[in-house]
Design a protein around this ligand. Structure first.
Ligand code: HEC
Ligand code: HEC
Length: 226
């Protein structure tokens, strides 16, 4: 309920403050039409809903989210529609970041056999020191308890989104993040590795209950998460 009020309040104030984007601004600022807050979808319904093609912001670190909105505004991240949204949002970015950060993180389970995406899982949990690649999992926890951390949860994002981000880091069109670390890591990955890693993280899906086969166990190093 608190979220609903916040959305109404923030959207209303931006409507007044920004002509930017004209009639499109209302659509762009309706964040939840793409990034659902979906607090109480019954599991049966959830199992019939295809995963959204947008990144899930719920429970991510507020600091991370606010920085991304800033990055769209300043062009460090490129995506015409989100750049227009972030520009229209202006100083409202902090409030929106907090709203999504306060929303419960999705309850994710691994929806495939444990031994699928083996090569990707090696990179995620062990890295490849011969190429100077630390394990992705050392920074990207599934359920970060520290909401101030700057590395987001990757589990459950759409594969197409993750592929686009890793490619953008590798090509230098996504410049956000400190010291160009993600650019350095991504540029060491092959295209094949990028798509396998994206598929691995995307295979973590919202827990839709016993309708589909329950996963037996989680990846071994998973205990060291966040
Ligand atoms: C029409 C759909 C749509 C709407 C409306 C929308 N977004 Fe987005 N959002 C996207 C897409 C698509 C991306 C991924 C863009 C990219 O590839 O960089 C994204 C990315 C983001 C990201 C970066 C996520 C990450 O994991 O790094 C944040 C933060 C974000 N949106 C916040 C918002 C906020 C806040 C609003 C409302 C003010 C909003 N979005 C409205 C579609 C939307
Ligand atoms: C040293 C910590 C660290 C390691 C190790 C690391 N990352 Fe990151 N990663 C980050 C940070 C910090 C960000 C946010 C940077 C920004 O603001 O753009 C990030 C961002 C990302 C994003 C964009 C997420 C989004 O929602 O848009 C992807 C995808 C990603 N990392 C994948 C990986 C993969 C795959 C690996 C392993 C090969 C990896 N990272 C290793 C710290 C790390």
């Amino acid at each position: 309920m608190r979220h609903v009020i916040l959305i109404a309040a923030t959207t209303a104030s931006f409507g007044l403050a920004h002509g930017a984007g004209g009639q499109g601004a209302n659509v762009l600022l309706n964040c939840t039409s793409c990034h659902t807050l979906a607090p109480d979808i019954p599991k049966r319904e959830l199992s019939q809903t295809p995963p959204a093609p947008y990144p899930n912001l719920n429970g991510q670190s507020a600091r991370y989210l606010e920085r991304q909105l800033h990055a769209y505004r300043t062009g460090l991240r490129q995506h015409p529609q989100m750049q227009a949204t972030a520009t229209a949002l202006g100083d409202g970015a902090a409030a929106m970041a907090r709203m999504y950060s306060d929303a419960p993180a999705p309850d994710l389970v691994f929806r495939e056999n444990d031994d699928t995406h083996a090569a990707a899982q090696r990179l995620v949990y062990e890295g490849d020191w011969s190429r100077g690649l630390p394990s992705c999992n050392s920074c990207h926890a599934r359920d970060p308890d520290d909401r101030a951390r700057l590395s987001p949860r990757l589990h459950g994002h759409p594969a197409s989104y993750l592929t686009r981000q890793l490619t953008a880091y590798a090509e230098g069109t996504r410049q956000s993040g400190t010291m160009g670390r993600m650019r350095a890591f991504a540029s060491k990955l092959t295209e094949q590795e990028i798509s396998e890693i994206a598929a691995y993280y995307a295979a973590w899906r919202e827990d839709t209950g016993p309708l589909s086969e329950a996963p037996t166990s989680q990846p071994q190093k998973e205990d060291s998460d966040g």
